[in-house]
Design a protein around this ligand. Structure first.
Ligand code: MN
Length: 432
């Protein structure tokens, strides 16, 4: 029996009753923006072109250190994960690529995987390696590190795994490798800080040497966890030093949850843009640590300010090497993962659309006049604009759903999958 998919005509039928109201709200917002000298259609076109990759591990229920509460109809393998990711793209038309995690998603036959993805209308984004847990049959343990382990044999095994990820990625059309390691120590004195970083640079140099010409490698830093005292690649400065040594194919990856609370992430983004080493993002949100909550759910203003930097850089001819990859990295514990990813995609588009509305010439004038109050008000004016009609119109124009979560619920997708996917034998989750 073919697997259930949401029908195109079903989406259109669900859109029809909402069209008149959307037209009216879109026209009203268009008038408002026109008074600010902005064309709503130009903004909508830019939102239509927005793309973000979804993580294969995000469509299963995540978990915490305490428990995992699986949901019904969860994907049991990479093909079912692709189907869920394709459904998110079908409704949002903004998530055309899936980021895979190896070995969780390692295909027996990469050709079969590529074929399945193509028939679902999705492709592949960055490959994610995993040297933060041991796999069955693995010769050396990563308990005390991987790419920075004191034992050469463990480092070689970790390097080899990353090269395997590149090989798989090459066969399915990926163009990037994201490296995140859990290496570090829980206690002062446990590791020698400088030699650990030196070993990292050497190990990553071997991986870099295996990168195809048209590939990038993203170095993902994280302040702490699972190492609670010292993490080898702990901040953007360390990541920047590493990618600078490696060469032009190496970039930093900013996972929003990988900073201390209240760190000015938008400034880090601006620095990396200026240094031409911003590779991309793992979008999520957090209140305390690496909470991996839904994008825009806790600090939407911060998300807007990050997009403000990105939009500014995109229109600045003095900035080179600027083509950051957008990916979501979240853990969904209490909501339907497909719904959470749909809604997170919309929140990312919201931040982007708001940032597009910033009156940049006015902001520049206020900055040059040292008018702090009006500078902030200029940003707030964009941030407080309800851009929902733009997001809805962009989806409609792209062939998606005006209200994607509502269409997902009305389609009965989860119920159908619960029937199709009875066994809950495999469901790896990851919080990286
Ligand atoms: Mn991440």
């Amino acid at each position: 029996m073919p697997e259930f998919r949401i029908d195109k005509t079903f989406i259109a039928e669900q859109n029809n009753p909402l069209r008149a109201q959307l037209q009216s709200e879109y026209a009203h917002l268009g008038e408002q923006l026109q008074r600010r000298g902005r064309s709503i259609d130009v903004i909508t076109k830019q939102v239509e072109a927005f793309e973000v990759a979804v993580p294969s591990w995000g469509v299963g229920t995540g978990g915490t250190r305490f428990a995992r509460f699986p949901g019904p109809g969860e994907p049991r393998n990479v093909f079912e994960k692709l189907a869920d990711c394709a459904t998110i793209h079908q409704l949002t038309r903004a998530t055309p690529r899936v980021s895979l995690h190896i070995p969780w998603d390692a295909p027996d036959d990469p050709k079969e995987l590529s074929g399945a993805a193509a028939s679902l209308g999705v492709g592949f984004d960055a490959m994610n390696s995993n040297t933060f847990q041991d796999q069955p049959g693995q010769q050396h343990s990563y308990k005390f590190g991987s790419l920075t382990h004191v034992d050469t044999a463990v480092r070689a095994q970790a390097v080899e795994h990353n090269i395997t990820c590149i090989e798989i990625g090459k066969s399915i059309g990926s163009k990037a490798l994201t490296v995140w390691i859990a290496d570090g120590g829980n206690f002062p004195g446990q590791t020698d800080t400088r030699s650990a970083l030196q070993r990292y640079v050497e190990s990553l140099g071997s991986i870099y040497a295996a990168l195809p010409e048209d590939w990038k490698v993203f170095v993902e830093y994280k302040l702490y966890e699972p190492a609670f005292y010292s993490t080898v690649i702990n901040d953007w400065g360390t990541a920047y030093a590493v990618v600078s040594q490696l060469g032009p194919k190496a970039f930093c990856l900013v996972d929003l949850g990988h900073h201390a609370p209240n760190v000015n992430i938008e400034m880090i983004v601006a620095r990396l843009i200026q240094l031409e080493k911003l590779g991309g993002f793992h979008f999520n949100d957090s209140k305390y640590g690496d909470d991996d909550l839904d994008s825009g759910s806790i600090k939407p203003f911060q998300l807007f300010l990050i997009f403000h930097e990105l939009v500014g850089a995109a229109s600045d001819p003095s900035i080179g090497n600027f083509n950051p990859s957008y990916m979501i990295d979240q853990s969904h514990n209490m909501t339907d993962p497909v719904e959470a990813l749909i809604s997170s995609t919309e929140e990312l588009q919201r931040g982007y659309a708001q940032a597009l509305l910033v009156d940049r010439p006015a902001l520049r004038r206020y900055q040059e006049a040292n008018d702090a109050l009006m500078a902030l008000k200029t940003l707030k004016r964009a941030f407080t604009t309800d851009v929902t009609p733009i997001l809805q119109m962009a989806r409609l124009n792209n062939g998606g759903a005006i209200d994607p979560v509502a269409v997902f619920r009305a389609s009965g997708y989860r119920k159908m999958k619960t029937g199709e996917r009875p066994a809950q034998t495999v469901s790896h989750s990851g919080i990286v």
